[in-house]
Write a protein that binds this ligand. Structure first.
Ligand SMILES: [Zn+2]
Ligand SMILES: [Zn+2]
Length: 391
């Protein structure tokens, strides 16, 4: 038997069974810990990956719908604004699950991938079908990078190594347990590993890792060895949530019980077919809307679409399916939107210092308090509806 056949067989076997090693972070008191890795809260991990060979065979032998990347709306990024901003709270979609969050004067990059492929190698694997909205050298100085799990479309080695070299010093990489070991092997020393429900303080911005229903692997023998999850970022009463890749589970009710309602949420809405295989690990549009409701989000944006073809659904399918799901669920206009590539949501506008306001604009009797006015600003700068996006 050739080496290739042996490794393919091994890979197939590992998708059906746990081919895991040891877990240096094992804590017997934690129900999601195992001596060999980690498990989900509400799903037997052996259910994830069940049928992988059948799925691959179906893909190989059938004709799947093609992608139409030209349908993905785009918007020019205001690079100068994002580079200068220290006060507004913003979120900008850069493609796939990558977003730039600005909160409390900190620049936080979420699941950054700037490579042309979501793959262990640069010459093969799923290619980027729409351009990245902002180049690495256009980013403001990044204070922290949060990585939800180690799949190639979320943990991109060339991007991590490039960010580590950024001018002004490396960002802090805040990652689920086990990815910190991977980072250190790659020579990245500014890293903070977190377990579910643990937090790290970035000045007065608090970053917490929360559970998601997913899995991890970068090779054939490291399945479930590193943890996966989502992130909560809080600053002065404002809270942002990213679910990470996830199937639908009771985890979201648990997160809401712990953190209360969120002001903003980033939730995946693409890469979910075939349902019989993907259902446990990736939500579809109705489930994404249910997460939005479970966590009480005031504004949610849908990500994990429009960029890399990783599943049976084309990268633009969500443009057709999401409006139907939103209508069926009775969503209000603008509470859960599909962003344009490069779109910035200004979530909170800074209020000029009171002393400046008082000096420059003397308040007359009966006039509205400027700080109260600012807090009533709409939660999104988006004047473009997903149905009529700017191109
Ligand atoms: Zn994943
Ligand atoms: Zn993914």
């Amino acid at each position: 038997m050739s080496g290739l056949k042996i490794s393919l067989l091994f890979a197939a076997a590992c998708t059906l069974t746990a081919c895991a090693g040891s877990n240096p972070h094992f804590d017997a008191s934690k129900p999601h810990h195992r001596p060999t890795g980690f498990v989900n809260n509400y799903l037997d991990n052996s259910k994830i990956g069940e049928g992988f060979v059948r799925w691959q065979w179906t893909r190989f032998t059938s004709t799947l719908p093609t992608d139409r990347p030209e349908r993905v709306p785009r918007q020019a990024v205001d690079v100068a604004y994002l580079q200068a901003n220290r006060t507004d709270t913003t979120a900008t979609w850069l493609g796939h699950a990558t977003m730039l969050w600005q909160i409390g004067g900190k620049n936080i990059l979420v699941d950054p991938i700037f490579s042309e492929r979501a793959s262990p190698v640069s010459f093969a694997g799923p290619a980027r079908l729409t351009p990245v909205a902002m180049r690495l050298d256009q980013l403001p100085h990044i204070d922290a990078v949060v990585v939800s799990h180690n799949h190639y479309d979320h943990l991109d080695r060339p991007t991590v190594l490039a960010l580590q070299q950024q001018k002004g010093g490396a960002p802090l990489f805040i990652v689920p347990l086990g990815i910190n070991d991977w980072m250190k092997r790659e020579g990245v020393t500014t890293v903070q590993g977190l377990d579910w429900w643990q937090a790290h303080q970035l000045g007065d911005v608090k970053v917490s890792l929360v559970p998601a229903q997913h899995w991890s692997a970068r090779g054939v023998a490291d399945r479930h060895e590193s943890l996966w999850g989502g992130f909560v970022v809080q600053h002065q009463g404002y809270s942002m949530y990213y679910s990470g890749d996830t199937g639908y589970s009771r985890d979201f009710a648990d997160i809401a019980a712990k953190f209360g309602k969120f002001d903003f949420a980033q939730i995946p809405v693409g890469c979910y077919e075939p349902r019989w295989f993907m259902g446990n690990q990736h939500v579809n549009e109705p489930e994404a809307i249910q997460i939005h409701r479970d966590v009480g989000s005031k504004l949610s944006v849908g990500v994990h679409w429009g960029t890399f073809r990783l599943c049976d659904d084309p990268i633009d399918q969500v443009l057709d399916e999401f409006p139907k799901a939103a209508k069926a669920a009775g969503l209000k206009d603008g509470e859960f939107v599909l962003p344009a590539l490069g779109q910035t949501f200004v979530l909170q506008r800074a209020v000029p210092p009171r002393s400046v306001l008082e000096l420059s604009v003397p308040k007359r009797a009966g006039e509205t308090d400027p700080q109260a006015t600012a807090s009533a600003l709409p939660t999104s700068s988006s004047s473009s509806s997903p149905k009529n996006p700017p191109l």
